[in-house]
Design a protein around this ligand. Structure first.
Ligand SMILES: Cc1ncc(COP(=O)(O)O)c(C=O)c1O
Length: 397
């Protein structure tokens, strides 16, 4: 590592909460699907800033929209009307599954899920939540009760109000667990952080029916799967399901902190002015960014592109997996949310580090799953370079 890097690390050791086990990488800038570190080393970013830079790093249309809005109106109170918020809500209402017409905007996915939980509790007058093992819904206190991974929830068990958990993909377990005490079930259409787990296509539909049979609501947590990630605008569309509440985040802001939730007219009718809010709810700068991202995705047909290139990528990796079956257990995913499941966590860790050395950023999740969630417009050359590196590094790990 360079003196520049070492200095940065030493400085931050003195002043940051030590909550993150960082990679040995200090990034300085990004463009499209490439990023550069403080020493000028170039990387292909198959993580898209953690599923966020959906139209690539620093897309000119997004940068221009943010710059223009920054000169116009950056922040106000949500007590007034603003055009960026309205335009984003209208765009979402047009593109979201039919029936989801009303939005509320937040700055993070966790906050979006918090709002969604409150909304379903208000609508039903009930207080219990059902969630799935292995899920990820955010780290704030309320929603952490629904986070189905002990490594995140365990240390805080003494202060969170725990949900009931069932295995992901198991509809019978949902039916067995739900009672008329439950306000809602919260579920990811594809578990992302949990290792890119894709359920049967009819899973969500059957879960929705099970919820409704006891008067509970379905919250689809699309914080990771929204806005084209899985090859549809929203992953619920694969199942033909309109959830009662849908939460979104990550890719919608393209890098600007933006998230939120949508709900049906009937569910939103439970809310009165004053029931929910936030200083940055509907922030004009964030909403302008979101609208710019959605415009680019729509105009450049990036949802369709993610579906097509995602399928090609899965096919390529599946044939690699077949040849290296002693190391690769499975390749799975939907659109541009792809997991390469290795048999051995040690091999996964070695391959992950080797890819980084070679100049490709990928995520290692669930101990042994290499997760790829690149920008929807990643150039084919960058994608190929990333996949070449992945295959070489897994083969030699
Ligand atoms: C499915 C899902 N829900 C919620 C969250 C939390 O979002 P945030 O980190 O923006 O609070 C994440 C983050 O990874 C996620 O993947």
């Amino acid at each position: 590592m360079s003196a520049k890097y070492d200095q940065l690390v030493a400085r931050e050791k003195a002043v940051f909460m030590p909550a993150v086990r960082r990679w040995p990488v200090a990034l300085e800038r990004g463009q499209g699907s490439r990023v550069w570190d403080v020493d000028g080393k170039e990387y292909v970013d198959l993580t898209a800033g953690w599923g966020v830079t959906s139209i690539g790093h620093c897309h000119p249309a997004l940068a221009d929209a943010i710059a223009d809005q920054a000169r116009t109106l950056m922040q106000t109170t949500n007590l007034v009307y603003t055009k960026p918020q309205l335009e984003l809500a209208e765009r979402l209402a047009r593109l979201a599954p039919a029936g989801l017409k009303r939005s509320f905007f937040t700055s993070s996915g966790a906050e979006a899920n918090e709002g969604a939980l409150k909304l379903t509790a208000r609508k039903t007058g009930r207080a219990r939540f059902l969630s799935t093992f292995n899920s990820f819904h955010g780290r704030t206190l309320g929603v952490m009760g629904c986070l189905g991974q002990d490594k995140y929830r365990g240390p805080w068990q003494h202060i969170v109000r725990e949900a009931t958990f069932v295995p992901f993909g198991d509809v019978d377990a949902v039916r067995a667990a739900l009672t008329p005490e439950f306000a809602a079930m919260i579920v990811e259409p594809v578990q992302g952080e949990g290792g890119v787990v894709v359920p049967a296509t009819d899973y969500l539909k059957r879960v929705a029916d099970a919820c409704h049979a006891v008067g509970a609501l379905l919250i689809a947590d699309e914080v990771q799967t929204c806005i084209g990630r899985t090859g549809r605008w929203f992953a619920c569309e694969h199942a033909g399901v309109v959830p009662d509440v849908l939460t979104f985040g990550k890719g919608i802001g393209g890098g600007f902190p933006l998230a939120g939730f949508m709900a049906t007219e009937e569910v939103m009718a439970a809310i009165q002015p004053g029931d929910h809010g936030g200083t940055y709810a509907g922030n004009p700068l964030a909403c302008r960014a979101g609208a710019a991202v959605m415009r680019v995705i729509e105009n450049e047909k990036l949802v369709e592109r993610a579906a097509m290139l995602g399928k090609d990528t899965l096919a390529r990796l599946a044939s690699f997996a077949q040849k290296h079956a002693q190391k690769v257990e499975q390749v799975r995913g939907l659109g541009f949310l792809i997991g390469v499941v290795l048999r051995d966590p040690a091999v996964a860790a070695t391959a992950h580090a080797a890819m980084r050395e070679r100049g490709v950023l990928v995520n290692l999740t669930a101990d042994r799953v290499l997760r790829l969630f690149p920008a929807l417009n990643i150039p084919e050359r960058d994608l190929a370079e990333g996949l070449d590196a992945l295959e070489a590094c897994v083969a030699s790990a």
